[in-house]
Design a protein around this ligand. Structure first.
Ligand code: ATP
Length: 626
């Protein structure tokens, strides 16, 4: 996340240099293994104690060395060529028969006391390991040396040096997000001329939290602020602070803030703040210690800013809901800037930024592209143009056409075309299913205009019907939602009516329809029997579109009533879909046949099947292809 298009940090040490630091580790492991197995040379064979005694009794032993916990014997004579050394651990209780037996058999006995040297050797690896550990902590805890390629850099992955973009990024590169730009633009003045503010005793916010869905330009805005103010930009990501060694992340935070202060006025940018900034005390396992220490260090650094210090800390997240409240307190990340998904006008502006330098054919209408991409983020739009350029290059064309953009849009929205061996019978069912959705959207006043229908598998779907809203929707009227329910369920209804049976193909339709119906009843008060009561059991994530479960705060009977109301809405929608399709059975069958042969139909081809006599018009608005 967050680094799309960002140049790599020039300060990271080369990989090979990093690997060199593994050498001392390897040596220590080897020493450790050899030290922990004293007295064993490659030619020493380990045997049970009873076997050694048997060898002595058989007269095969010439020499014996008695150690504190082991006995090593030499079989045969030293002069007799090959000598075999055999070793056994002695019993914990001293064996009173051993010495008499050795003496009786005339074995030369040597007693070996644990020498000072061997004690030192035993502890040496541990001393080395502990020493290395503390050295690492000291190195990474900041301030010591900042040589690239140092072990601190190996662990940190980068040193605390400002990153420099290849090209200066300014607010002009951030299209659409006018409110967010306004909010941070006052910081530009402060960073450019901090003394002006310091003279009059003004306190400028130090911590700014950029919130918004992925790809809306949070990182870009932070870089643009640095570009506008022309100050050093220290960039990092929350996940980079989480290390194996507890304390390393905190050390790195300290080092980064220290460096930023030295180079003030400057900007620190922490992407994915949520990966370290989660509410403390909720995680499991040892890694949590490291995260909490890092978070505490960030809090301490923020608190430690002198009121007029010219360092601004920007942090980005798309999970503000999980952030530790301590981070949001006054004096810390107390300025909140929200970046939202762009509307049609903003999408057009973003496209304008990214088409610079792209060879677009004259027929490409960027307003149409903007209209056809609701829900796309800035990053998605950039990706769309790139995919279109790739499609054009594959055709060996010299310019990008609207067909390339059309293909790219489908790819970004639904994934790449899949080659699946679909049997004719299954293909027929797919066509019937999609024709059902299409017919329900076509004949229903109030549905979004149809854009196209396809039974070519893409991404995870086998077929799909696309509608496109005329304009971005900010609220969802009840009538519109009911039409949506009918459209969702119409695929299954068409299967039932035309094929006499249903299939698992409606899985996603039923899931979506149920989710909409539940929201209508439990959140938006659209069931007259239940009324305007908040009965939700989960919360929409503000930026990620996920559901976050909430504890139920109402009676079981109420929950049962909600369930009944949801079922009522869905059954009603199913009846509506049945009526619509039954009333136009011949046209729907025509659409099925056409879809089976053509596989993809645009708005005009759909209309030719479903409304050959031009009777259904006002409901269908002709759209140009994207
Ligand atoms: P994430 O939450 O995934 O970290 P982000 O919000 O930080 O995402 P960026 O990394 O800033 O998003 O955006 C990715 C790329 O998308 C940018 O480098 C830029 O090229 C493009 N982009 C996003 N928003 C805009 C915008 N408003 N104007 C122009 N380009 C944009």
């Amino acid at each position: 996340m967050g680094n799309h298009g960002a140049p790599p940090s020039p300060s990271g040490p080369p990989f090979v240099t990093q690997l060199l630091w593994l050498v001392p580790f390897g040596l220590i492991v080897i020493i450790l293994i050899s030290m922990l197995t004293p007295g064993i040379s490659p030619t020493t064979r380990a045997v049970p104690y009873s076997e050694i005694k048997a060898l002595i009794r058989e007269g095969r032993v010439s020499e014996a060395t008695l150690q504190a916990t082991a006995i090593i014997v030499i079989l045969g004579t030293k002069s007799g060529g090959d000598v075999e050394r055999v070793r056994a651990i002695t019993p914990q209780q001293p064996d009173p028969t051993l010495l008499p037996l050795l003496e009786e058999m005339g074995v030369a006995i040597t007693a070996q006391a644990p020498s000072e040297q061997s004690i030192l050797l035993y502890f040496l690896p541990w001393i080395l390991i502990m020493g290395l550990y503390f050295w690492l902590i000291r190195r990474t805890s900041g301030g010591v040396s900042d040589l690239p390629g140092g072990i601190g850099d190996f662990l940190s992955g980068r040193s605390s040096k400002p990153t420099k973009p290849v090209r200066k990024i300014t607010f002009a590169d951030v299209a659409g997000q006018d409110e967010a730009k306004n909010e941070v633009s006052e910081l530009v003045e402060f960073l450019r001329d901090p003394e002006r503010f310091q003279k009059v005793g003004a306190t400028v916010p130090h911590g700014v939290l950029l919130m918004g869905p992925p790809g809306t330009g949070k990182t870009l805005l932070a870089r643009a602020l640095a570009g506008e103010a022309d100050v050093p930009f220290f960039s990092t990501s929350g996940s980079e602070f989480i290390e194996v060694f507890v304390g390393v992340g905190a050390g790195r935070v300290r080092k980064m803030f220290e460096e930023a202060r030295k180079q003030a006025p400057s900007i620190i940018f922490i992407d994915e703040l949520d990966s370290i900034g989660r509410t403390r005390g909720t995680g499991l396992g040892g890694g949590n210690d490291e995260r909490e220490q890092t978070l505490n260090q960030i809090l301490a650094e923020l608190d430690g800013f002198a009121a007029r210090e010219a360092v601004v800390v920007l942090a980005a997240t798309n999970r503000p809901d999980v952030l530790d409240p301590a981070l949001l307190r006054p004096g810390r990340f107390d300025r909140h800037v929200t970046l939202s998904l762009p509307d049609k006008v903003a999408r057009r502006a973003i496209l304008d930024v990214h088409v610079k330098g792209l060879p677009l054919r004259r027929d490409v209408d960027l307003d149409e592209v903007a209209a056809g991409t609701p829900g796309f983020s800035g990053a998605d739009l950039k990706n769309l143009l790139n995919e279109a350029a790739i499609t054009a290059a594959r055709r060996s064309a010299s310019d990008i056409t609207s067909a390339d953009l059309d293909e790219a849009r489908d790819k970004v929205m639904m994934g790449t075309v899949r080659t699946l061996a679909i049997q004719p019978e299954e293909k027929h069912r797919l066509a019937v299913h999609e024709a059902g959705h299409t017919a329900a959207a076509f004949y229903n006043p109030g549905a979004d205009p149809l854009y196209k229908v396809t039974i070519i598998p893409r991404g995870r779907s086998l077929g799909s019907t696309h509608t496109l809203p005329e304009n971005d929707r900010h609220t969802l009227p009840e009538g519109y939602l009911r039409v949506q329910l009918t459209t969702y369920l119409a695929g299954r209804v068409a299967e039932k009516l035309l094929l006499g049976s249903v299939s698992s193909g409606a899985d996603d339709d039923i899931r979506r329809a149920t989710a909409v119906a539940r929201s209508m009843v439990a959140r938006w008060g659209m069931d007259p029997g239940i009324g305007p009561v908040d009965l939700r059991e989960s919360e929409d994530h503000p930026f990620l579109g996920q559901q976050i479960a909430q504890p139920r705060s109402f009676a079981d009977e109420t929950a049962a009533r909600v369930d009944l109301a949801v079922m009522g809405l869905l059954h009603h929608a199913e009846e509506q879909a049945t009526q619509l399709i039954e009333n136009h059975l011949a046209q729907v069958e025509q659409l099925v046949a056409k879809l089976e042969t053509e596989e993809t139909l645009d708005a005009e081809a759909i209309k030719a099947c479903l409304d050959p006599d031009n009777k259904v018009m006002p409901f269908v608005k002709k759209r140009k292809k994207v």
